[in-house]
Ligand binder design. Sequence first.
Ligand SMILES: CC(C)(COP(=O)(O)OP(=O)(O)OC[C@H]1O[C@@H](n2cnc3c(N)ncnc32)[C@H](O)[C@@H]1OP(=O)(O)O)[C@@H](O)C(=O)NCCC(=O)NCCS
Length: 341
Amino acid sequence: MPLKQLAPGEMTDDDLRDWCSVLNDMTAADMPAEPRWRTDSLREYLTATLPEDRRHLFLDRDADGDLVGHAALILFGGEQAGTGVVEMSTRPSARGKGVGTRLLRAVAECAKAGGCRTLSVEVIATTPAVGFYDRHGFARSTVEQRHLLRWAEIDWEKIEHAAGRLAAGYRLEYHAGGVPDRLMDSYADVKANLRSAPGNVAFVPEWRGSAYAPGLRDSFQTLASRGMRSHIAVAVSEPYGNVVGLTELVVSAQRPTRADQYDTVVAPAHRSYGLAMTMKARLLTELRRAEPQLVDVQTWTLDTADDVRWINGELGFVHDVDWYDYEADVDKLLARLTRPA
Ligand SMILES: CC(C)(COP(=O)(O)OP(=O)(O)OC[C@H]1O[C@@H](n2cnc3c(N)ncnc32)[C@H](O)[C@@H]1OP(=O)(O)O)[C@@H](O)C(=O)NCCC(=O)NCCS
C-alpha cells in the first residue's frame, strides 16, 4: 500500500490505533523513560487546530498493510504564515529502509503546495532523528534544555512555602481551561513580552502562542478540543486587577502522567519580586489536587536563561536532555530530496 496523505477527519479507528502503536514502539526504542501514548482523544488531538492553521497527516504502510511510519505536518496561518512544523516516526523495526525519507518528501511537497517556505522540527538530542535531519540538510536553530520534575521527589513543604511567599501589592489566581474575560486583555499584554528578548523570565524564540485576546481564546479552545487540559497561575496587580505575570501548563489525555509547562513570563515592571517562583509553586500545589495521576512535569529553557534555570532548580526540576530545533528551507529541501541518487 503506498504512502497515503489524509485529512485528519479521514483517519479510521484502525489508523488511530496503528498511529499510537508506532509512537509507542518509537518511544520504547529511543526514549524508554518517556511516558507511553494512549488513544484517548487522539482523533481530536490530530484533528483540532487553530482556525488559521492546517494539519496534514501521512501514513506509510508496507505490503502487508502494517503501518511502518507516519508524519503530521502543521502549516501555520496568520502571523506565522509561510512556516510549518513536522513530527514523524518510523517504526524501529522498519528503520534505515527509506521510510523516513519517503515521508519527508511527501511532507515537503505538501508544505510547498501549501505556501510553506520554512519547515521546522523538534528533536531530542540523544535520538537517531539527529542523524536523520543532519543527513537531510536541516540546520540546528536553537538548543533547549529539557528539565524534569519528578512528582515523587517533590519537597512539598518547600513548594507550599514558596507558593505562599507573595510580594505586597499582588494576588495570585489559579484557573483551569482558560482565563476569565476580565483578565484576557492584560493576560495577552503580558504574553506579548515573550516575543522580545532581554530580561524575560522565559524568552521563547520559536514562540507561536497568541498575544492578543481573541487569539488567546482560540488557543485555549483549541487546546481543550485536542484533549489538553490547561492549568494557569496568574499574578494580578492590586488594586487594578490586571495580570502582570503568568505561567501555563497542560496535561494531555494522550499522556496524562506528564505535564508540559511552557510559558512563564512576568511583565518587565514587575520583575525581581519573586512572582515567577510564587506562581510556579502555586501551580504545582493546584496540580496536586487537580491531576493526582501525574508522574512528572517537563519544561524547557535556553542556555542563556539563568533566572529560569535557578527557579526551576529551586522547585526541584533537573536537566535531563537537550532538545534541538531544526529548520530547513522548503525549496532547498525538495531539491535535495528529489535529486537523483
Ligand atoms: C528519524 C526517523 C524518522 C528516520 O527514519 P528512517 O526510516 O530510519 O530514515 P531513512 O531510512 O529514510 O534514513 C534516511 C537517511 O538518514 C540517515 N539516518 C537515519 N538515522 C540515522 C542515524 N541514527 N544516524 C545517522 N544517519 C541516520 C540514513 O542513514 C539515511 O541516509 P542515506 O540516505 O545516506 O542512507 C526515525 O529514526 C524515527 O522515527 N525516529 C524517532 C522519531 C523522532 O524522534 N522524530 C523526530 C521528531 S519529529
